[in-house]
Design a protein around this ligand. Structure first.
Ligand SMILES: [Fe+2]
Length: 240
């Protein structure tokens, strides 16, 4: 099974369209999104329509949860909260229900992969995994060989056997058969590794080949839309 794994789209339509056209060109059996479909960007409704038509599995992210869970917005910084409030205002009730139906941490039964937004040991606390120490509690309880997660917007791999982490630049990585690791495909809609190119992954569960793909997209247009929507300038600059 060839999976296309995307994460942290954050209402960035230009990045999502560019990602899906590459996935279509290259081919995949299933498209999985690891959460944070919305928040920060200017096109939440348009992105949700694409999720309905083209994405097979969508995991719940913290920004998604905050759309319908109003007290949960207190955990966000003021700028992120403003973007969440704006997003909740422009979405229809039907679109909010779509978000509510996103899945929690999920195991792909056939292919022994776990899909998650953040750490899997306390998924509702949305812990960030930046270091091997952060990864340990999740690796300890991981029931599958591989777990894909998002949340940090940082393409990376955390291996249980080698007890080490690595940043994943664009390229192909051969995973080992009995290894256990956590893999972050990076962010489609708001990369945070000082590379403005969108990031996602292909994973072949038979050959165990992992590919990190980076693509330039129209980030100037996406940033302009953020400004025009009256969202914080910081989110526009971040895309550039
Ligand atoms: Fe995110």
């Amino acid at each position: 099974m060839k999976f296309a794994v995307i994460s942290d789209v954050h209402s960035n339509l230009e990045a999502l369209e560019c990602t899906l056209s590459e996935i279509k060109k290259r081919g995949s059996d299933k498209i999985i999104c690891l959460g944070d479909a919305v928040g920060y960007g200017a096109n939440p409704s348009e992105c949700l329509a694409i999720f309905r038509s083209s994405v097979d599995v969508v995991i719940m992210g913290n920004h998604d949860q905050a759309i319908f869970d109003i007290p949960f917005r207190d955990y966000f910084n003021p700028r992120a909260r403003r973007a969440l409030e704006w997003t909740a205002e422009v979405l229809s009730e039907q679109e909010k229900r779509q978000i509510k139906d996103f899945l929690p941490v999920t195991i792909d039964q056939t292919h022994q992969v776990t899909w998650a937004h953040s750490s899997i040991h306390e998924p509702l606390d949305y812990h960030y995994i930046f270091t091997q120490e952060d990864a340990s509690p999740s690796l300890e309880i991981l029931k599958t060989n591989f777990c894909f997660f998002g949340h940090t917007h940082f393409p990376s791999l955390f291996s249980a056997e080698e007890n080490k982490s690595q940043y994943l630049p664009a390229g192909i990585y051969q995973l080992k058969k009995n290894s256990r690791c956590l893999i972050n495909p990076g962010s489609v809609g708001q990369p945070r590794d000082k590379n403005p190119k969108l990031s996602f992954a292909f994973f072949d569960s038979e050959s165990l080949k992992l590919e990190i793909v980076r693509l330039a997209y129209d980030n100037v247009k996406a940033a302009d839309k953020i400004r025009k929507a009256g969202l914080p300038e910081y989110f526009a600059e971040r895309l550039l």
